[in-house]
Design a protein around this ligand. Structure first.
Ligand code: FES
Length: 123
């Protein structure tokens, strides 16, 4: 059974800015998209269990700062898997090597609810 937890006032989330919040010990990335929609994913890459707080966001595409795997921040879907190492684009054979045998996986997503100027997340 999910629980609704108050995380902040909506005004603390500028449009397009990736924010890291901690909800009961779980690190979560939250973004407010143009148009006002909010999306949230667990702040832990599916490739290696590392924080993606330093990642970049282009529309709804979240890029991991470590090996540039890409995810849709609203659906959690993996869009591309292990693309770069130290900023250098990897050829196909080395992508598999750096992936350490792991197959592409989605991120865990969380519903975000806006109500009366406040933002809630469901865990
Ligand atoms: S830790 Fe995110 S792509 Fe490797």
């Amino acid at each position: 059974m999910s629980r609704r937890i108050l995380i902040s006032s909506v005004e603390n989330f500028p449009v397009g800015e990736l924010k890291t919040i901690n909800v009961e010990g779980t690190s979560i990335l939250v973004v407010r998209l143009a148009g006002g929609r909010f999306c949230a994913v667990r702040n832990r890459c599916a490739h290696l269990p590392l924080s993606m707080s330093g990642g970049t966001l282009d529309g709804t595409t979240l890029t991991c700062p470590w090996h540039s795997s890409q995810y849709d921040i609203c659906t959690g879907e993996n869009l591309d898997w292990v693309r770069k190492l130290a900023g250098v684009k990897l050829p196909g054979w080395s992508r598999k090597l750096i992936a350490l045998g792991k197959q592409p996986q989605p991120l865990t997503t969380y519903p975000v609810i806006e109500e009366d100027g406040d933002l809630y997340i469901e865990l």
